[in-house]
Design a protein around this ligand. Structure first.
Ligand code: FES
Length: 121
């Protein structure tokens, strides 16, 4: 379930998985640039978030998903993965990373403010 990729040079675009590894409903934990990141395939859309709940840092990798809503296993806060401006958890926001499929490989952008924009914004 886990893997680690090392980016070359100073690029903030990091290959993290083969697209075929993540069918709808599946998730994968990866380590990129010293961060733990969870990839979720929710209905065919890949979401990448830091594996740390903004409430108190619990791992979100084992959180339950109901539709597009991820529930933190620690205290139950809910985050809608499909809503980038989600206010379900008040001011608490997931750390998201843009991810794209390029030639069958999922590429994660480690700096959300650089190059790619988030889908749905
Ligand atoms: S650590 Fe996630 S809800 Fe508290």
């Amino acid at each position: 379930m886990t893997c680690e990729f090392h980016s070359a040079g100073s690029s903030n675009l990091v290959p993290v998985a083969l697209a075929t590894e993540l069918s709808p409903g599946q998730r994968k934990l990866v380590f990129v640039g010293g961060k733990s990141v969870v990839l979720f395939n929710v209905g065919g859309t890949i979401h990448a978030i830091e594996n740390s709940c903004p409430h108190n840092g619990a791992s979100l990798a084992s959180g339950c998903i109901d539709g597009t809503v991820l529930r933190c296993p620690a205290h139950g806060l809910r985050f809608d993965l499909a809503k980038y401006d989600d206010d379900t958890a008040g001011a608490l926001r997931l750390q998201r990373f843009p991810v794209r499929e390029v030639g069958g490989v999922l590429i994660l952008q480690t700096d959300p403010d650089d190059q790619w924009s988030m889908p749905g914004r």
